[in-house]
Design a binder for this molecule. Structure first.
Ligand code: PLP
Length: 391
């Protein structure tokens, strides 16, 4: 949007104007027929987005952390064995949430920038019976893309339910709930789904809903309890109103618009677009001599990039210099390594122009910081990926 800076962080992101328009409209009643229809369509479209035909969507006001909370509280009872695969900050958070509900959590933490070894995870799965395994698809603190498909297949072999934190992946990375056998996947509105912050989106498989039905104790969280929300989601999907907590009317309308746009682009096309932009951005970083946290390209996210600062660059000065060029980037998120790297989100409606603008701003900041002598190498590398030598 002209006259404002370009928001290139891993959420919130730049939003489509048709989506934003919904936020400023007069708020209707949550039982208004038009809203009922919008909510119902959004629920149906969430199933298409997560590629889960028979799944049960939950669209609830809150951030991505609420989605984590919903997954954990509804499926764990005190003493349940949970296996948490950690590739960064959000895996640690998920583990904390499970423990809050009394789960007995075993964690396998990959070294920073890496993913777990399949054989190592299998060995752990053989040691005792786990109820759940949780995995972060893209850990936003590291930009590591975990191998959800392979790990889900492995967990299924041992009869373990799989929960995927897809907050930085859904709507931009390949994620097929039905085909891969995922039991719960979730995201938040402000990431690749392209809606302002405030909605948690989650889909539960039939097996997850059956496990929920078999609970022996009530869910230890009132707001997030599926028992409260299931009748609401079912009612709106059947184009009827029901009440438990007031839905975030404007956000749901914005989600409805965004989901229609996402599905119109096509999930495959959208994935290819994200892959291309990511490849162009990453090759620009490499051309400038900036290494990235993921140790190899096949475990690097397409939604974001986490480059290390080059030698001699001051993190605060760099981020300010980029901001002065009109682009907002994020600093590091790993507590002990915050000042070693920065993070760039490139998801949602991001296009070639946004990508090139961001690369140029980084080049200028690196020249100002005394690391580069001139601009151009990064932009040139990206343009080669976009297959056009001039803008
Ligand atoms: C952003 C994010 C979250 C948390 O979402 P909030 O909306 O900030 O609560 C959880 N997991 C991942 C992978 C994320 O990227």
């Amino acid at each position: 949007m002209k006259g404002k800076s370009l928001l290139m962080i891993p959420g919130p992101i730049e939003f489509d104007l048709d989506v934003l328009e919904q936020m400023g409209k007069p708020t209707s009643s949550h039982v208004d027929p038009e809203f009922i229809d919008n909510f119902g369509r959004a629920i149906e479209n969430v199933k298409l987005l997560f590629q889960c035909k028979e799944g049960q969507p939950f669209i609830i006001a809150g951030s991505g952390t609420l989605a984590m909370d919903i997954a954990a509280c509804n499926l764990t009872e005190p003493g349940d064995n949970v296996l948490q695969l950690i590739t960064g900050y959000f895996g640690e958070r998920m583990k904390d949430i499970f423990e809050r509900y009394g789960a007995n959590v075993t964690q396998i933490t990959a070294p920073t920038g890496q993913v777990q070894d399949l054989a190592e995870v299998e060995k752990v799965l053989q040691q005792k019976k786990y109820k759940l395994m949780a995995i972060t698809h893209v850990d936003t603190s590291t930009g590591v893309l975990n191998r959800v498909k392979e790990f889900t297949k492995l967990a299924k072999k041992y009869g373990v339910l799989v929960i995927v934190d897809g907050v930085c992946s859904v709507a931009a990375e390949e994620l097929k709930m039905d085909e891969w056998g995922i039991d719960v996947a979730f995201t938040a509105s402000q990431k690749a789904v392209g809606v302002p912050p405030g909605l948690a989106l989650l889909v539960a498989s039939n097996a997850a809903m059956e496990a929920f039905a078999k609970r022996t104790k009530p869910v230890a969280n009132y707001y997030a309890d599926w028992a409260n929300w299931l009748p609401i989601m079912q009612a709106y999907e059947n184009r009827k109103a029901a009440y438990f907590g007031t839905p975030a009317v404007n956000l749901v309308n914005a989600l409805d618009v965004s989901l229609q746009k996402i599905l119109k682009e096509g999930l495959n096309q959208r994935l290819l677009r994200h892959q291309k932009i990511s490849k162009a951005f990453k090759s620009a970083m490499t051309a400038m001599g900036l290494r990235q946290i993921p140790v190899n390209p096949d475990i690097a996210a397409n939604t974001m990039t986490a480059p290390f600062y080059p030698k001699g660059i001051n993190p605060g000065e760099f981020l300010n210099a980029v901001r002065n060029e009109g682009v907002v980037l994020a600093g590091g998120l790993l507590a002990d390594r915050k000042n070693e790297y920065f993070r760039v989100g490139h998801m949602g409606i991001v296009d070639i122009e946004d990508t090139m603008t961001t690369i140029s701003a980084i080049e200028v900041a690196l020249v100002k910081g005394g690391y580069l002598h001139e601009v151009g190498a990064g932009s040139y590398a990206a343009l080669q990926i976009f297959d056009q030598k001039t803008v």
